[in-house]
Design a protein around this ligand. Structure first.
Ligand code: UTP
Length: 296
């Protein structure tokens, strides 16, 4: 079955990047000249995903505006031939894919946000791209790599990367075994969220991309229904259940990931993308070299 739909949860509070995220959604923080969420929508669109649901909340209308037409701006830019490429770049924002929005009415965590897309997804498999994880691969978008594997094997997937041991307790740890004949693919048997050091099972953690097979939404719904009021049901618990049922792969994706949910990640993304930017790359490189030479 082909994956045609994606969900981008973007309704979190973004407390790690306050005060920047107080009135600007953290998903709208830019990498050089585009907001993070545009990179994510473009990744999904380049993978052939036609319908994208963005989960927002009442403070995130800037996201809806960004993917809508801006009539006055487009009209003014269109009149000026010298601004043709700017016009194209602005117009493109509203035609990347069919983009829909739904609000998560209370900020009750990632699983609760994804569940807001239940009726949008129906019985289909879907891609989930976390709204603050930008992953760059200019030739082959990471979510497209994962969609192909879903289409081949019919199992759910989590996108993973080996992370330094001291960071694993901040993320999660996975019990994995390699899949013969597939270089980057592993069977995933178990996941522990925010493990103690002695619970670490492998260097891999889940970073920002998931393929949810049909039935995934029902598992989230069941988990939330069974969780006492006031406690958060973790999305990882749904993935763990899929793993225990033998329905989950871990995929060591081919791409560079930037965590736009924390300050250092934002700076790394901006520096690295700026270095290869067609307009400012060369000048920025000179600046960085001079800056580096001046540091001790
Ligand atoms: P995070 O785990 O980074 O949570 O969410 P957060 O609340 O946004 O950030 P901090 O920890 O307060 O700094 C991962 C993704 O899930 C979305 C976020 O918008 C982000 O894209 N999310 C998180 C929701 O959509 N709803 C939620 O209730 C929580």
């Amino acid at each position: 079955m082909k994956i045609k739909k994606a969900i981008i949860p973007a309704a979190g509070l973004g407390t790690r990047v306050l005060p920047a995220s107080k009135s600007v959604p953290k998903e709208m923080l830019n990498i050089v000249d585009k907001p993070a969420i545009q990179y994510i929508v473009e990744e999904a669109a380049r993978a052939g995903i036609e319908d994208i649901l963005i989960i927002t909340n009442r403070g995130k209308t800037a996201i809806e505006d960004h993917f809508d037409h801006s009539f006055e701006l487009e009209y003014q830019l269109a009149k000026n031939p010298a601004k043709a490429s700017l016009y194209e770049s602005v117009k493109k924002c509203s035609s990347l894919a069919n983009i829909y929005f739904v609000r998560q009415k209370e900020t009750k965590g990632l699983a609760h946000a994804i569940l807001a897309g239940k009726s949008f997804i129906g019985d289909e498999p879907c891609a989930v791209l976390y709204g603050d994880d930008v992953i760059i691969n200019d030739e082959d978008p990471v979510i497209g790599q994962m969609c192909r594997l879903y289409e081949k094997y019919g199992k759910g997937l989590v996108g993973v990367k080996a992370v330094p041991e001291e960071l694993i307790p901040l993320y999660c740890t996975l019990d994995v075994t390699p899949v013969e004949g597939e270089e980057r693919l592993m069977d995933c048997h178990n996941i522990i969220e925010k493990p103690e050091k002695e619970q670490i099972m492998s260097p891999y953690s889940i970073l920002g991309r998931v393929i949810l097979p049909p039935g995934g939404m029902e598992l989230i719904q069941k988990g939330i229904d069974e969780t006492p009021d006031g406690e958060e049901f973790l999305f990882t618990d749904t993935l763990t259940e899929l793993g225990r049922e033998g329905r989950l792969f871990a995929y060591d994706f081919d791409g560079v990931r930037y965590d736009m949910g924390n300050k250092l990640g934002i700076m790394q993304a901006n520096c690295e993308v700026a270095l290869s930017h067609p307009e400012i790359g060369a000048a920025f490189k000179e600046y960085i070299k001079a800056l580096a030479a001046s540091l001790d």
